[in-house]
Write a protein that binds this ligand. Structure first.
Ligand SMILES: Cc1ncc(C[n+]2csc(CCOP(=O)(O)OP(=O)(O)O)c2C)c(N)n1
Ligand SMILES: [Mg+2]
Length: 366
């Protein structure tokens, strides 16, 4: 069983900046810095996105339990890290998600129907999210970090000031691909931001069995890039950490490694049972640090959130959940042959050969 380390204690690690926190679990401002650029409506939009994300997340799990989806990885507890970082970006900056970034999709207004069909496997090749400047989700751990750097290097060559963002997990930090991505981003000073959601677990392996370093952020110094550790359950700290990194990237200051310390409240996926390897006290501890509760308290105290706002946000969550449900429930299976449509941009003789083989195979089953 892992032990829970209080977040602020980790700031004492030699050579590391204090972990960035703006509000504590009671919603009180703790640090000197505050994202003053956020308007009242932007604050409300972030809280609404977090509430909608949680409602959608619950609906995804329900749909899996009802046999409508094979699998879903819940992001419950990680809404602040996702909504805070994504909200600081322009809509033209490119996202390279792992598989748990529902909150980022909500901020980008990717329709719940599309996300639902993606998880149902009803769209071979996934949803085309190019218009939303979002790459497909990456189930292979860490491979997409290299894509994010490639995108960022391309933007740099084009003289374009957009940034590439790789969302990765603590477990992905143990992959060779991510090491290569961090190194090449530093070598080429690429405008790339690595957002590591340290949710303390990689399936059943706790962070302290994945690495000897005390933090993930401290590894940045070995690549000669800036590393920041922020309270990932604090949406405002996540926003500020990202805003600093974006400014650095756009002004030619190179990549940043952000470690957003958060917690995966649910099991790894709906196929997993975390109660077999996780101490219930740990889960209880983190439930008291809930990101939605703390931001709600903060905005109420600042008179930026009213009971009407709460009702509207919950209604938006219900509507999103219903749209998701309607699209996924009993959705028709796609024609298996469409599997070949999105592999390459043009057809190839080899793909055609495989397609004919499959067509023949399918005809036997009829
Ligand atoms: C290359 C590769 N190796 C192993 C796996 C199996 N796998 C799926 S999720 C996962 C853990 C990833 O943990 P982390 O990066 O912390 O993300 P989290 O699930 O916690 O969000 C592993 C090892 C995989 N999908 N891809
Ligand atoms: Mg993890």
């Amino acid at each position: 069983m892992s032990t829970v380390e209080p977040l602020l204690e980790l700031g004492e690690v030699q050579g590391l900046r204090e972990p960035l926190q703006v509000i504590d679990h009671a919603g009180r401002q703790t640090g000197e810095r505050y994202p003053d650029d956020l308007s009242a409506s932007e604050h409300a939009a972030m809280l609404r996105a977090m509430i909608v994300t949680r409602r959608l997340d619950t609906e995804f799990v329900n749909l899996q339990r009802q046999g409508q989806l094979a699998l879903f990885p819940s992001c419950q507890g990680q809404e602040a890290a996702q909504v805070g970082t994504t909200s600081a970006l322009r809509s033209t900056d490119w996202l390279f998600p792992q598989y748990r970034e529902l909150g980022a999709f909500v901020v980008r207004e990717i329709p719940p129907e599309a996300i639902g069909l993606m998880w149902r496997g009803a769209l071979h090749g996934g949803v085309d999210m190019v218009e939303s400047c979002c790459a497909p989700m990456s189930i292979p751990i860490g491979t997409h970090a290299l894509h994010a750097v490639g995108y960022a290097m391309g933007a740099q060559l084009d003289g374009d000031d957009t940034v590439g963002v790789a969302f990765i997990g603590d477990g992905a930090m143990s992959e060779g691909d991510v090491h290569e991505a961090l190194n090449i981003a530093a070598v080429f000073n690429a405008p790339c931001i690595f957002v590591v959601q340290n949710n303390q677990w990689a399936i059943s392996v706790p962070t302290n069995q994945q690495m000897r370093s005390r933090t993930i952020a401290q590894r940045a110094s070995a690549y000669a890039m800036t590393g920041v550790r922020c309270d990932g359950n604090d949406v405002l700290a996540s926003y500020l950490a990202m805003q600093d990194a974006i400014e650095r990237a756009r002004s030619g200051g190179g990549p940043t490694l952000i470690e957003a310390v958060t917690y995966r409240m649910n099991s790894h996926t709906t196929s997993d049972d975390a109660s077999r390897y996780r101490d219930p006290d740990e889960v209880e501890h983190w439930s008291r640090l809930d990101p939605i509760d703390r931001y709600t308290k903060h905005l109420i105290a600042r008179q930026l959130w009213s009971p009407d706002d709460q009702t509207l946000a919950e209604r938006a969550g219900e509507e999103a959940a219903m749209r998701l449900r309607d699209s996924v429930f009993d959705a028709a299976d796609p024609d298996p042959l469409t599997l070949f449509d999105n592999v390459l941009s043009r057809r190839s003789p080899e793909l055609d050969r495989q397609r004919s083989l499959m067509a023949e195979e399918l005809s036997h089953g009829k």
